[in-house]
Design a protein around this ligand. Structure first.
Ligand SMILES: NC(=O)c1ccc[n+]([C@@H]2O[C@H](COP(=O)([O-])OP(=O)(O)OC[C@H]3O[C@@H](n4cnc5c(N)ncnc54)[C@H](OP(=O)(O)O)[C@@H]3O)[C@@H](O)[C@H]2O)c1
Length: 274
């Protein structure tokens, strides 16, 4: 019997997820199919049980990453600390997980980026920013600073992590270039740069001592990453993170290893699409 997997969200016609997961299933010889579930917000409540019954596993995206939590039996530590779910296992107990953390962590490892003892700057205070903060903390960051356009949201993030024993500093968005100058690790967790030539930072803040990570994956090499690379910084792109977070979802659903050959095959498929 073909196992069904799906992406639950709204207005998600642009998603790359079916290309990624259907490639993974094929390479692992798994009889499975990945579908897109574009569900209007006022229909979620009465359709969710049927979706859980029919689908072996789900990814979750905008606008359901937080709303879905009340339908679940359990959260993994990653989902609990990030406060958002992007992957669900539906069999036996309904377990919510957040794979952005592992996606970021494996991408850092692939690029030999060491976080231990480093000063880290996070731009943004949404779900991706929270995943980054948790990764930096559990890999020994010396300091984590968050700059967000809306300061109150950054303060909410600080309180959320403080309750879990993780210290974070908040600095005004207007001072982000100054903080970037003092940071060794910088991650963009805003959509700035998506299909545009904008960058959240002044190119002069980069040098060869820094690592710059972009969650944005369209284009793969954003202006931020190109500016940073041109000044000798190490860069980690959002497409690598996207692939690893998806491979972590497949591991979580099907208990399959995250393999380099599968990463490479998925990367090849996506390079033609972004
Ligand atoms: N590569 C991957 O695997 C991966 C995984 C997850 C997310 N992402 C990408 O990461 C980005 C953030 O995702 P998310 O889930 O964290 O989104 P989110 O929860 O909606 O948070 C977005 C954040 O970006 C800030 N922001 C939005 N537009 C801005 C602008 N014009 N100027 C300054 N700040 C702005 C928001 O600030 P306010 O609080 O002021 O609104 C907020 O802090 C998206 O582009 C998403 O596609 C990539």
């Amino acid at each position: 019997m073909t196992l069904l997997f799906g992406l639950l969200g709204r207005g998600i016609g642009y998603t790359l997820s079916p290309y990624i997961h259907n490639t993974v299933f094929k390479l692992h010889n798994i009889d499975a199919e990945y579908q897109v579930l574009d569900i209007p917000e006022d229909e979620l409540d009465h359709r969710i049980e049927d979706i859980f019954e029919r689908f072996y596993g789900l990814n979750v995206t905008i606008p359901y990453k937080i709303k879905i939590i009340k339908y679940l039996d359990e959260l993994t530590q990653e989902a609990e600390i990030v406060g958002a779910v992007n992957t669900i296992k539906t069999r036996n107990r309904r377990v919510g997980h957040n794979t952005d953390t592992i996606g970021i962590e494996l991408s850092l490892r692939r690029n030999n980026v060491n976080i231990d003892g480093r000063r880290c700057l996070i731009l943004g205070a949404g779900g991706a920013a929270r995943a980054a903060a948790y990764v930096f903390h559990r890999n020994g960051a010396e300091k984590i600073v968050v700059c967000n356009r809306t300061r109150t949201r950054a303060e909410e993030m600080r309180e959320h992590f403080k309750r879990r024993g993780i210290p974070i500093d908040v600095v005004e968005w207007e001072r982000r270039n100054e903080v970037a100058g003092e940071s060794e690790i910088i991650i963009n967790c805003t959509p700035i740069g998506t299909l545009s030539e904008e960058s959240p930072l002044d190119p002069d803040v980069f040098n060869r001592e820094k690592t710059v990570i972009d969650m944005v994956y369209r284009p793969r090499y954003t202006k931020l990453l190109r500016d940073a690379a041109a000044r000798g910084a190490k860069v980690v792109d959002g497409l690598t993170i996207l692939i690893y977070q998806a491979l972590e979802a497949d591991r979580f659903w099907l208990n399959i290893d995250i393999r380099d050959d599968v990463f490479n095959a998925v990367e090849k498929v996506l390079e033609d699409l972004v």
